[in-house]
Ligand binder design. Structure first.
Ligand code: AMP
Ligand code: GLY
Length: 425
């Protein structure tokens, strides 16, 4: 079958890698894609948010399955647009509608959802311009640290962890009155700080049935030892050593099942991925956040560990038949190391020529921000540039392999963390 994949990051290259391994895939289109997806598929330079033209493209190219990588088209109602058209609604579509995507698109919605369905999460209150005075009083006497979250999408930047009550008052005011994160922060969730160790679990839902995919841990800070600014993610490991069967059992009983049941009770037909960011405190899980998509770079370690035919898995999810699929997973450990541009997560240059690809071996190179220039060279085109994924019989083996190959890729200003997985080694 012909398949359309939406997105252009390392996550989408990992999807493309799995999709094109399947005999079920005829043509794969990636919209817009990157230099890595171009090696496996046909990149289509259309704007995914231009739903009318995306729909037309699907009909013209006999697309039989659509998979959406990033959250934005989902939060903006791509599934709903397709669902409202007699022809387009026939195409199985992986990604929730606008309402389900609120799990990520609105922190207030997701917190209220968790509260309603008894899902463990930090205690919270929500404030807007109308309730700012009450909000100020609330954060003034809140225990520390106190966490402030812009309600809407803020490109991963909308969360502030305040160490003093004065800081919290001034940040809350800036978020609501000065739109520090644009309209996303006209509503702010104020919540309790959770201590512990973070990890993520991923669930694939077909609206009725679900499968729990491998867990992963990403490394969000730019600096080694988890220091410095937050990034989209500098590396990831899967499985997560401390996420043992007993812990995952708790996650399934207390979080995954009530989430799936809650979505049904809310009459949200959720088809797609649910990324559950968790805090593990002394073996007890609570939810930090939901996302309506897979993580990046978590996908670059989770998908390679899936041994079942990936297109069959996606098609089953899109047609409500996940119960007919047996999910087979690799027992090996996967580690990915993200190469980034100098300056990231701040400003960074683009267009740096990349070399050394053919010197690498025994790793999978997932392109993130790359493109081909007029000379046909692969050049950098983003902050996060390339994810180097390796397998091993243990974390050390996998990490060592990724670091060795990360060293071989060359471009001006290359930076990567040399300590991915460090706390487990
Ligand atoms: P988010 O944008 O919701 O992923 O939050 C970004 C990061 O902020 C998370 O990955 C956590 O590291 C941290 N964070 C968010 N909420 C909390 C919380 N309630 N307690 C502690 N850390 C948090
Ligand atoms: N790596 C975190 C995310 O994809 O949101």
């Amino acid at each position: 079958m012909n398949i359309l994949l939406i997105g252009s990051g390392g996550r989408e290259h990992a999807f493309a890698y799995k999709i094109t391994q399947s005999a079920q895939c005829n043509k794969l289109f990636v919209m817009p894609g990157n230099a890595g997806t171009a090696q496996l598929a046909i990149n289509v330079p259309l704007d995914p948010l231009d739903f009318t033209n995306v729909g037309k493209f699907c009909l013209d190219n006999d697309v039989k399955l659509i998979i959406v990588g990033p959250e934005e088209p989902l939060v903006k109602g791509m599934r709903d647009y397709f669902g409202a058209d007699d022809h387009l609604k026939q195409i199985p579509f992986i990604g929730p509608g606008e309402k389900g995507a609120q799990l990520e698109g609105s922190k207030d919605f997701s917190k209220a959802f968790m509260k309603k369905y008894g899902i463990p999460t930090a205690a919270y209150e929500t404030f807007t311009a109308d309730t700012l005075q009450a909000g100020i009083a609330y954060v003034k006497s809140h225990s520390l640290p106190v966490v402030l979250k812009a309600d809407g999408l803020a490109a991963g930047k909308g969360v502030l962890i305040c160490q003093s009550n004065e800081e919290a008052v001034s940040e809350l005011t800036a978020m609501i009155n000065e739109q520090k994160f644009g309209v996303a922060s006209s509503k702010v969730v104020v919540e309790e700080f959770l201590s512990g160790i973070e990890l993520s679990v991923f669930v694939l839902s077909d609206g009725t049935n679900y499968k729990v995919l491998p867990s992963a841990k990403d490394y969000k800070r730019i600096g080694e030892g988890d220091t410095g600014l937050n990034t989209g993610g500098m590396g990831a490991v899967s499985p997560v050593p401390f996420a043992d069967a007993a812990f995952l059992q708790k996650v399934e009983e207390r979080i995954i099942k009530p989430t799936i049941d809650g979505l049904k009770k809310e009459e949200i037909h959720y088809v797609g991925f649910i990324f559950i960011g968790l805090m593990n405190k002394d073996g007890e899980p609570s939810v930090i956040e939901y996302n309506c998509r897979m993580g990046d770079p978590e996908t670059e370690v989770v998908l390679p560990r899936i041994e079942s035919d990936f297109v069959e898995l996606m098609f089953a999810a899109g047609t409500g038949k996940l119960n007919e699929i047996e999910l087979k997973l690799s027992n090996q450990t996967a580690v990915t190391v993200m190469l980034v541009s100098e300056g990231y997560p701040g400003d960074y240059p683009k267009g740096k020529v990349m070399t050394g690809f053919e010197q690498t071996s025994n790793s999978i190179l997932f392109h993130a921000g790359t493109q081909k220039n007029e000379k046909g060279e692969i050049v950098t085109n983003g902050g996060r540039v390339l994810a180097v994924t390796s397998f091993g019989n243990n974390l050390k083996e996998a990490a060592t392999q990724s670091f060795a190959n990360a060293e071989k890729i060359q471009y001006e200003g290359k930076y990567y963390r040399k300590d991915i997985g460090y706390e487990f080694l």
